[in-house]
Ligand binder design. Structure first.
Ligand SMILES: C[S@@+](CC[C@H](N)C(=O)[O-])C[C@H]1O[C@@H](n2cnc3c(N)ncnc32)[C@H](O)[C@@H]1O
Length: 252
């Protein structure tokens, strides 16, 4: 299946990636009382609500195999060609997956075809460069295919061709999801190879660049340089890192 890159980079995903309850609350509120939900790019099943009937779709067998035994049923497939009839679902959920699709426009057209409401968690690309992690240690990240493919909010609105609402999702100081921005105030976490392996930006980076950036961060933490520059972050409760909740379509 096209797009099964996660068969390589997602092998240990469930070891470090999980549902953050604060983010889940916002996604679930946006799903309203939808009773039939398709989770596209579902991976290991984070953020799938427990009550409604959920079907998960993902191209990567390695990701689908890490779903819990009691998780919703899943189908191997891609967003660009969903194997469902028109309006088969009340809502389509797509969490942190858009940037991995080969054809974002076709994927969004499919979300609109199979569901009357769409709920997405995505990242505003202009923020990537502002992350200290990227700017100071891994600047090559901005050129990765996934980053270049990320549509900005305005492009997304045009692709939805509706009055989509876009709201910042602030990332709490003790966020537990494990995505790239998760440890914005806990820099030591980025020295951990297992944590890096759960983030697609590290998995795609050239091995030497990854090692160099990590060693620089290790040195800056040991010398106190990181804290001189960014130590104030350790005291904040939440920040806007560019994560965005997009809701489009009919209220369920
Ligand atoms: C960062 S993971 C997110 C998984 C899950 N939504 C979560 O929040 O943990 C990105 C997922 O997108 C999937 N993916 C990649 N290409 C895709 C495509 N064309 N259509 C649907 N999903 C795709 C990957 O296999 C992977 O499971």
């Amino acid at each position: 299946v096209t797009g099964a890159r996660y068969d390589t980079i997602g092998q240990t995903y469930s070891a470090t990636r999980r549902t953050d309850p604060r983010i889940a609350e916002q996604l679930h509120a946006a799903l309203g009382d939808a009773r039939r939900i398709v989770n596209v790019g579902a991976g290991t099943g984070s953020y799938e609500p427990a009550g409604p009937k959920v079907v998960a779709v993902d191209p990567s067998m390695a990701m689908l195999q890490q779903r819990r035994p009691d998780a919703a049923p899943c189908v191997q497939g891609i967003a660009e060609a969903l194997p469902f009839r028109d309006l088969a679902f009340d809502a389509a959920l797509a969490v942190l997956t858009l940037h991995h699709w080969n054809d974002v426009a076709s994927g969004i057209a499919e979300l609109r075809r199979v569901a009357s409401r769409q709920v997405l968690l995505t990242l505003e690309p202009s923020f990537t460069n502002d992350l200290w992690l990227v700017r100071d240690y891994f600047p090559e990240v901005v050129d990765l295919p996934t980053e270049r493919r990320l549509p900005d909010t305005e492009t997304l609105r045009e692709l939805f061709a509706t009055n989509a609402t876009v709201t910042p999702v602030l990332i709490p100081a003790d966020c537990i999801d494990g995505f790239a921005g998760c440890y914005w105030n806990r820099p030591e976490a980025y020295l951990d190879t297992a944590i890096q392996d759960g983030m697609s930006m590290f998995a795609q980076l050239d091995r030497d660049l990854r090692r160099c950036g990590t060693e620089q961060l290790r040195a800056d933490l040991a010398s106190g340089r990181w804290d001189e520059k960014y130590g104030a972050l350790r005291k904040l409760e939440q920040v806007d890192l560019g994560y965005r909740l997009l809701v489009s379509g009919e209220v369920c």
